[in-house]
Design a protein around this ligand. Structure first.
Ligand SMILES: Nc1ncnc2c1ncn2[C@@H]1O[C@H](COP(=O)(O)OP(=O)(O)OP(=O)(O)O)[C@@H](O)[C@H]1O
Ligand SMILES: [Mg+2]
Length: 455
C-alpha cells in the first residue's frame, strides 16, 4: 500500500510507541518510532514528517518543549499530544500553544486513526496553499446581531490602510477576520502573509520577519527575504502579538512607526509597503498596566480595534455554524453531507463552547466521521460531548483502572474536569460553572461531593 503520509511517534514507553506504530501502519501510513524528544528532533532534521504524535510527560525534554521546538523550526508539521486522564488540562494548554489535537489514553483505535488522518490532511492542505484564501465573503457563517456588526466593521476598515487589532478568545475567528479584511481590501491581489509571533525565539523571529543577507550569520549561505518583504503590496498578519518579548516589541514598533526595516546583516534600509493586521487573545491593556507590553506599541496597533464575541454570547450562531460544518466536513472526509436534527441542535446550543467556533468545528467533524446515518442525532451529540474538555458534565469515555466502579470513575473524571475549569477560570466559580455547562448550584454540589469545597 502506498503510504499517504508520514507520522513520527514519540513516547518514552516503548510499548506505547509500538502499539501506535501498528495502528498507523494498518491505516496505510508510514511510522517512525523514537523514545525521546531529542531523537524526534533528529528525525525531523533528516526527513520530511507530516505529523508528530508525542507523549506529554517524558524525562529530559517533555512534550510541551518538543511542541515549542517544532513550532519554531517546522511550523508546517502538525503535533498531536498523547494525554492520560490526569493531564487533560495540560493538553488544553498544549493546544493553546499550537498543538493540533490530542488523544486520550487508553487509546480508542478508531479515534487514534481518525485524529492522525485528520492532522495529515490538514498538513497536506496547508502545504498546497499556505495562505489559502477564504473567498470574498470571508467564509463567515452566522447572522447574529453581534456578527453583523463585525461584518460591517470589516467591510469598512478593509478599504483603508490603518492598522487593525483583532481581539477575541481562542477560536472566535480572528485569523478568519484578518483574511477577510485582506480579501476585501484594495490589496486583495497582493499577498496575505502570516507571522506566528508566539513560540518563535527572538533570533529566529527576527530573521523570519526581516530576512537576512548572505553571510549574516553562520549558515546564511544566501540572501533570504523576510515576511515583511514577502508581504510587499499586500497584508502582513502579526498573529499572537501579545506574546512577543520586550526586545521584539521595540523592533515591531519601529516597523509600524517608520515602516522601515533592514535585513539582518544588511545596511540598506528598506520600505515596508504593507498593511498591518495584528491579533491576540491576550488582555493587552492589562499587560500595558503591568509593564509587560509597550504602551506606544499598543497605540500603534490599536488604531482600529475589532473585538470578536465568544460563541456563548451569540448562541443563535451555533446551529447555522454546526449545519455548515456538517454540510462541508462530510464531503471533506469522504462522507455525505450531514444534517442535524432539532434535538441535536438544541443540545449543541446549550453547550458552553469554551474553545468557541474552532471547538464546535472539531466537534462536528468528529460527529460526521463517527456517525453512520445522514443525520446527526441528539444521541450522537450526547455520546461525544464528554470527549471534549469543558463541554458537559463528563462521564469518562474509558476510565483508568479496570476494577474501579462506574461511580468512582465518574468522580475521577468530574474532579479532573472541575479542577481544569477552575484553573482556567482563575478560581472564579461562576465562570467555571459556565465553562462546564452546569449551574453554579450543581458545581457547588459537586465540589461538596468531591470534598473540594474548602479548597
Ligand atoms: N463565523 C465563522 N464561520 C465559519 N467558520 C468560522 C467562523 N469563525 C471561525 N471559523 C473557523 O473556526 C476555526 C478557528 O478560527 P480562527 O483560526 O480564525 O480563530 P482564532 O480566533 O484565530 O483562534 P486562536 O486564538 O486559537 O488562534 C477556523 O477553522 C475558522 O475557519
Ligand atoms: Mg489564530
Amino acid at each position: 500500500m502506498q503510504a499517504e503520509g508520514s507520522v513520527l511517534l514519540v513516547d518514552d514507553d516503548v510499548a506505547v510507541g509500538q502499539v501506535l506504530a501498528a495502528l498507523v501502519h494498518q491505516a496505510g501510513l508510514e511510522a517512525h518510532v523514537v523514545t525521546s524528544a531529542k531523537d524526534a528532533l533528529k528525525v525531523l532534521s533528516a526527513r520530511p514528517v507530516d505529523v508528530v504524535v508525542t507523549d506529554l510527560q517524558m524525562p529530559e525534554m517533555d512534550g510541551m518543549q518538543l511542541l515549542e521546538a517544532i513550532g519554531a523550526k517546522w511550523p508546517e508539521v502538525r503535533v498531536l499530544m498523547i494525554t492520560a486522564h490526569g493531564t487533560i488540562a495540560l493538553a488544553v494548554e498544549a493546544m493553546k500553544k499550537g498543538a493540533a489535537d490530542f488523544m486520550l489514553k487508553p487509546f480508542d483505535r478508531e479515534e487514534v486513526v481518525f485524529t492522525i488522518k485528520k492532522a495529515i490532511k490538514a498538513a497536506k492542505h496547508s502545504e498546497e496553499s499556505p495562505t489559502s484564501a477564504v473567498g470574498n465573503l470571508g467564509g463567515f457563517v452566522g447572522a447574529s446581531e453581534a456578527m453583523k456588526q463585525i461584518y460591517a466593521l470589516i467591510a469598512k476598515v478593509a478599504a483603508g490602510l490603518a492598522t487593525v487589532l483583532i481581539r477575541g478568545e481562542t477560536g472566535t475567528g480572528k485569523e478568519l477576520a484578518a483574511r477577510a479584511i485582506h480579501a476585501q481590501s484594495p490589496r486583495k491581489s497582493g499577498p496575505f502573509i502570516k507571522v506566528q509571533l508566539a513560540s518563535l525565539p527572538d533570533t529566529l523571529l527576527e530573521s523570519e520577519l526581516f530576512g537576512y543577507e548572505k553571510g549574516a550569520f553562520t549558515g546564511a549561505a544566501t540572501r533570504k527575504p523576510g515576511r515583511v518583504e514577502l508581504a510587499q503590496a499586500g497584508t502582513l498578519f502579526l498573529d499572537e502579538i501579545g506574546d512577543v518579548s520586550p526586545a521584539m516589541q521595540v523592533k515591531l514598533l519601529r516597523l509600524l512607526q517608520e515602516r522601515e526595516f533592514e535585513r539582518l546583516g544588511g545596511t540598506q534600509t528598506l520600505k515596508a509597503d504593507v498593511r498591518f493586521v495584528a491579533a491576540t487573545h491576550r488582555d493587552l491593556e492589562n499587560m500595558v498596566a503591568k509593564g509587560e507590553f509597550r504602551e506606544d506599541l499598543f497605540y500603534r496597533l490599536n488604531v482600529v480595534p475589532v473585538k470578536l464575541p465568544p460563541l456563548r454570547e451569540r448562541s443563535e450562531d451555533i446551529e447555522p455554524l454546526a449545519r455548515h460544518f456538517g454540510a462541508t466536513l462530510g464531503p471533506a472526509n469522504g462522507k455525505p453531507a450531514m444534517d442535524l436534527d432539532a434535538a441535536a441542535a438544541q443540545l449543541l446550543r446549550s453547550a458552553p463552547w469554551p474553545g468557541n467556533v474552532r471547538q464546535l468545528q472539531n466537534f462536528v467533524e468528529r460527529l460526521v466521521v463517527l456517525s453512520n446515518g445522514p443525520t446527526i442525532t441528539a444521541a450522537d451529540v450526547q455520546r461525544e460531548l464528554p470527549t471534549h474538555p469543558g463541554l458537559s458534565e463528563p462521564i469518562g469515555p474509558s476510565g483508568s483502572g479496570e476494577t474501579a466502579t462506574l461511580d468512582a470513575k465518574r468522580r475521577d473524571v468530574e474532579r479532573e474536569a472541575i479542577t481544569a475549569a477552575l484553573r482556567q477560570a482563575r478560581d472564579n466559580r461562576t465562570l467555571a460553572a459556565r465553562l462546564l455547562g452546569v449551574s453554579r448550584r450543581t458545581l457547588y454540589n459537586k465540589l461538596d461531593e468531591l470534598g473540594l469545597l474548602e479548597a
